[in-house]
Design a binder for this molecule. Structure first.
Ligand code: AMP
Length: 433
């Protein structure tokens, strides 16, 4: 089907109920990936979907699954796997939003949250299970009555990440626990050889649908570079944030520790910054995300945990404080802005050690990034205040760690006391240590 012919959700073959569901979400017409993926998916084909974040790829697999479910309502009909907890929540929300009038039941199984509540949701025999691989596997092995043996659809979102070594064993175990006879959809912004490997292993004559070239970024994204002497790095960061005052920004760092430190430092300087990293509890991660989404905070300092698939509306600016070491991380990070046709800016910091990575990224993206207008002098002028703000941040983090350690020690003492009197739960904690 030529793109020009595709104008409406109806013309893709979707039933009236789902066309109305799209209208209720104010989706006027299908996005390119939806236009390409939905017709073959409705015909029962397996799919490999190559689409950028923000392209509407979630709808591209949610809509055909909902249509198949309407035709054949069954519990544990589809399972969607995501590499991150936040993305899983987002996917489940889209199932609920598009399926609200059709009574679709969806369970979200992610780490960091209580397993019992999730087991209760599974006992209600949901149609759709969305989750992260580790937690889904935990439930498959521990939750009585939960099985995916009757599964009809399997979706791997951010498939290249799910097929990386990080998830290899868990994915193998899940694939063993689901039927071979099923439809499989793989979606990813970047395609690896591993995806091709799984394509051979699990997919049956898949249709490749592509809404972007392999390494492309959207035209509405302005990509710039800051060549930053290491000792002026924070000066440049603050300088960019001042020059881009009023922007909703995400600052990407390499480590969890620096998200915390930078967020505190920026807060000491009067910015409304908040950290998110894999080291935080799930409740805290969601709390940070909600503060950022609601606008109470306008700077999210994050690791790559936030780079994949998160749909945070209207991020204006992505700052790569630590240079991404490969093009894939770059694509995912900058994909947080300039979404759904809006414009956005990505500014990457680089120095003599990371210059090569930027050159590789520029080559793959097909553009040379112009310099963001900021000078060493401008950054130097801010350094005195920044050093003080950083010093206070370091002190505060040390204090917090001490307090936490003390609390843990206190808890441990109580634990040992209860354990010595036969407390079961506490014993487990001591063994763990
Ligand atoms: P995704 O790439 O799936 O994360 O989607 C990015 C954003 O686009 C989400 O907020 C979706 O709700 C929205 N979206 C998806 N499909 C459409 C559409 N056809 N028209 C307008 N917005 C859409």
């Amino acid at each position: 089907m030529a793109d020009a012919e595709v104008k409406t959700f109806k013309s893709l073959g979707l039933c009236q109920q789902l066309v109305e569901a799209c209208e209720n979400l104010k989706w006027k017409e299908p996005t390119p990936i939806q236009a390409k993926a939905i017709p073959p998916a409705l015909q029962g084909k397996d799919l490999v979907g190559l689409a950028q974040t923000g392209s509407g790829k979630t709808g591209a697999f949610v809509l055909p699954i909902l249509q198949a479910l309407l035709e054949n309502p069954k519990p544990f009909f589809a399972c969607v796997l995501s590499p991150t907890r936040e993305l899983a929540i987002q996917i489940a929300d889209e199932f609920k939003a598009l399926g609200s009038d059709t009574g679709v039941k969806c369970a979200t199984l992610i780490g960091g949250l209580d397993m019992i509540n999730q087991a209760i949701a599974l006992a209600k025999r949901p149609h759709i299970v969305v989750g992260t691989p580790g937690r889904i596997l935990d439930h498959l092995s521990q939750t009585k009555g939960f099985s995916l043996r009757s599964l009809k659809y399997l979706v791997l979102d951010e498939a290249d990440k799910l097929l990386s070594v990080d998830f290899e064993n868990t994915m193998d175990d899940i694939l063993k626990a689901i039927p071979q006879e099923r439809k499989t959809f793989l979606f990813s912004a970047t395609m690896t050889k591993k995806v091709k490997k799984l394509q051979r292993a699990c997919l049956k004559n898949p249709v490749l649908v592509e809404a972007s070239s392999k390494y492309s970024t959207v035209d509405t994204l302005t990509q710039q570079l800051c060549v930053v002497p290491p000792k002026l790095k924070d000066g440049y960061l603050v300088c960019v944030l001042i020059k881009k005052h009023g922007c909703k920004s995400m600052v990407f760092t390499r480590t969890c520790e620096s998200t915390r430190l930078l967020a505190w430092m920026l807060r000491n300087l009067g910015f409304k910054a908040i950290p998110i990293s894999g080291q935080m509890s799930q409740a805290k991660r969601l709390g940070s995300l909600n503060l950022f989404k609601s606008g109470e905070s306008d700077i999210l300092v994050c690791t790559d945990v936030a780079s994949r698939g998160l749909d945070i509306p209207s991020v204006d600016l992505v700052i790569n404080y630590d240079t991404p070491t490969n093009y894939k991380d770059y694509i995912h990070r900058v994909g947080r802005t300039a979404r759904a046709g809006k414009s956005g800016i990505a500014i990457s910091f680089s120095n003599q050690y990371t210059w090569m990575w930027i050159k590789q990224i520029e080559e793959l993206v097909g553009k040379e990034f112009p310099l963001f207008p900021c000078t060493d002098d401008e950054a130097s002028l801010l350094m005195e205040r920044i050093s003080e703000a950083r010093r206070i941040a370091v002190m505060r983090i040390k204090e917090q760690s001490c307090k936490r350690k003390n609390r843990e020690e206190e808890y441990d003492e109580t634990d040992r006391f209860v354990a010595s009197r036969g407390g079961k739960k506490s014993k487990k904690r001591i063994y763990k240590k």
